[in-house]
Design a protein around this ligand. Sequence first.
Ligand code: SAM
Length: 284
Amino acid sequence: MNRQKSFENDNATLYLIATPIGNLNEMTFRSVEILKSINYIAAEDTRNTIKLLNHFDISTKLISHHEHNLISSIPKIIDLLKDGNNIALVSDAGYPAISDPGYELVQEVISNGFNVVPISGANACLNALVVSGICPQPFLFYGFLSHQDKKKKKELEKLKNYEETIVFYEAPHRIKKTLVLMKDIFGNRNICLARELTKKHEEINRGTIEEIIDVVDTMKGEMVIVVEGCTNVEEIVTFEQSIEEHVNEYIQTGMSTKDAIKEVSRQRNISKNIVYQEYHKKIK
Ligand code: SAM
């Protein structure tokens, strides 16, 4: 077991600092203050990070930490921590370690007994999730699918029956192919394609996969796909009544809507979330 009381010890610290995903004002007072006060900043791409540092008048020394130099940069950072230095890890955008380098370093820092402290900020997944209009919990953050068609297909097949909302990151030049494959495997579900979040050309596209495919050719920039979870239609249609009728039947006996949803979910052996969504979809 590893128990860290972040601000009650004198151990050296690795700060995981989220940086803007577009709008520079997403930088927080706390993150600027910490970046100014520590000894080193480990950056995914020092050329990008220097621009951020210049903008906020931060002169802390930069070192490089990216997926191609992990083997040499991790021991270097551990040695710096051993010498009592406090270090921040930043990526090009959003949280380090979220579809970005960081996880391996975090593991190593923890096992060497130093602090790992998160500094809150921007993240593309959460921004897209909360504006999607799709049930935000439970949700599964998947990140990038494989670039190889065969592997991507296999990954989507595995996710097909998940009831959780799923969030994917995708590159603009792969988006159409991915959506077409998604439609073939998931069916024509509701999705949200959020692009250029926090930037001038931010756009939130909500609709079925088919509707989004029809307009996606015109879209550029950074993208997040939020996909509605599996609503297990086969289970639902085997009942003679619709879910709405089934829930209403219990409400008419004096049950609260919440209890009626719980009872219908128990009887149909499907999650409360599915019944809730189906019921509220019908009564809108
Ligand atoms: N670490 C980042 C985070 O916390 O969100 C993610 C980095 S990952 C390498 C880059 C991907 O995040 C992009 O390909 C895109 O899918 C998504 N992304 C980053 N910035 C975005 C933005 N402003 N709008 C939409 N998606 C964005």
